[in-house]
Design a protein around this ligand. Structure first.
Ligand code: UDP
Length: 455
């Protein structure tokens, strides 16, 4: 601790969090990374889904009044959440920053506002206060490009294509993306068009852009991104490996699954988790259960309470299923996912392809079964299955026979062996990026210099 205090640079960064699990985790990891470079850290977060302050005594936390309790706010309405947070948090955040800067210690000066790209109000406040704003992308760099070319990109017959005049697809496999997979519809709703315009405009005004990606994973894409945005882009991923930080789970992690994994054979278990937002219907739950049972593979299944519409948890699953998978299956409500994926018994990950889960799997060399639901998940699945070729996609309706075959293809058949080898290679490459003179290591040093150059 004393050593860390000695390294403090006298520069404080204020990080603004978008309060959903898939954004809280990378933002707190980024805070740990920046702290390790000597910056003092303030975490500004809305009252909703507050991270646990006690896990990070090294940071200063400030809770921004978000006014959400006075509205008909539903966390599952993504667009409404972003819009409400941006309009409600701007004034209190600006007031907080003004007061903080009034009583500023010259040895602890605010050097910039580092904000999640969805909290675009923070860039406005940064400009008002003549502070540098640093935009953080917690999903793939390709999503920056996709947002930038909407709606000019063609979206005919339900597919969105990068037009040649504007921005060719960074890699051929991403040339044509299924719009329905991304938005749940073949029409682009007006609020999404408005959001993409604001987010892109804000990103263009930022003094720097940080992306939770690894350079070699998105090399061509990053070149295109840099052509689109004037400020320097820093690929600092995978955040969770660069500076492992305390858990920031909003739900309680059930670590009994780790002792269960300890008893399983190496690389034998398929882990299933669809993250913090995806929901499914009862039929899908039942088909998944029997697909897993019939695959004869050991499995660790995370079913988040409330994620099956109309159910509290898994009360619908019959005794016959439980008897059939006794000892071979472990079902929990929330797991310490990074630890699970790093466990030697895990040989496959059936995922919704949230970007954090994708990176966590890639970094542990775990091959994936991809089942994207919405947003950037379809794009991540394309990367996994078609570009990096470290997974298989489970398309169409969820049906037990199809699930059983897909699991066996990934876990026991020759095809799976080849996929596993590629996943192992990818893990190795990601490790090299973190080591001295690796792309992430260098990008972090360059970012620290860039921030200090703001004066
Ligand atoms: N996660 C976890 N335990 C679980 C399921 C998920 O700790 O049982 C973590 C996971 O490691 C990841 C985050 O929750 O860091 C989910 O983020 P992701 O981008 O994968 O998906 P989202 O929840 O945003 O859809």
């Amino acid at each position: 601790m004393e050593k860390q205090e000695a390294k403090r640079l006298g520069h404080r960064l204020v990080l603004v969090v978008y309060p959903f699990q898939g954004h809280i985790n990378p933002m707190l990891q980024l805070a740990t990374i920046l702290y390790s470079k000597g910056f003092s850290i303030t975490i500004a977060h809305p009252q909703f889904n507050s991270p646990n302050h006690e896990n990070h005594p090294e940071f200063h936390f400030v809770s921004i009044p978000d006014g959400l309790s006075k509205t008909n706010f539903s966390p599952s309405n993504f667009m409404a959440a972003i819009s409400a947070l941006n309009s409600n948090c701007e004034a209190p955040f600006q007031q907080y920053m003004e007061e903080m800067m009034k009583v500023e210690d010259p040895h602890d000066r605010v050097a910039g506002v580092v904000y999640d790209g969805f909290m675009h109000f923070a860039q406005v406040v940064a400009i008002n206060l003549k502070l540098p704003g640093i935009n953080v992308r917690t999903s793939a760099a390709a999503t920056l490009l996709l947002f930038a070319v909407f709606p000019d990109a063609h979206h005919e017959k339900g597919y969105i294509s990068f037009p040649e005049s504007l921005a060719q697809a960074p890699v051929p496999e991403l040339q044509s993306l299924d719009l329905k997979g991304i938005l749940g519809s073949t029409e682009i709703p007006t609020p999404i068009l408005e959001l993409r315009a604001t987010v892109t405009d804000t990103t263009k005004k930022a003094s720097a852009i940080i992306v939770n990606t690894v350079h070699f994973l998105e090399q061509q894409t990053l070149t295109k991104v840099q052509e689109h945005f004037p400020s320097p882009v820093f690929s600092l991923g995978p955040f969770h490996k660069l500076a492992p930080s305390a858990s920031s789970s909003l739900l309680k992690e059930d670590s009994s699954c780790i002792s269960w994994l300890d008893k399983q054979a190496p690389k034998s278990v398929i882990c299933i988790s669809f993250g913090s937002m995806v929901s499914m219907d009862e039929k899908e739950l039942v088909e998944m259960a029997w697909g897993l049972a019939n695959s004869e593979q050991p499995f660790l299944w995370v079913v988040r309470p409330g994620s099956v519409r109309g159910l509290e948890w898994i009360e619908l699953l019959p005794e016959s299923f439980k008897e059939r998978v006794e000892g071979r299956g472990c079902i929990v409500k929330w797991a310490p996912q990074k630890e699970v994926l790093a466990h030697g018994a895990v040989g496959g990950f059936w995922s919704h392809c949230g970007w954090n889960s994708t990176l966590e799997s890639v970094c542990e060399g775990v091959p994936m079964l991809c089942r994207p639901y919405f947003g950037d998940q379809g794009l991540s699945a394309k990367y996994v299955c078609s570009v990096w070729k470290v997974g298989l996609e489970l398309e169409g309706d969820l049906e037990r026979g199809k699930i059983e075959r897909a699991i066996r293809r990934l876990m026991v058949e020759t095809e799976g062996v080849e996929i596993r080898q590629r996943a192992k290679d990818l893990k190795h490459k990601a490790e090299l990026c973190l080591s001295e003179d690796g792309s992430t290591y260098n990008a972090l040093n360059e970012l620290a210099q860039h921030i200090l150059s703001f004066g």
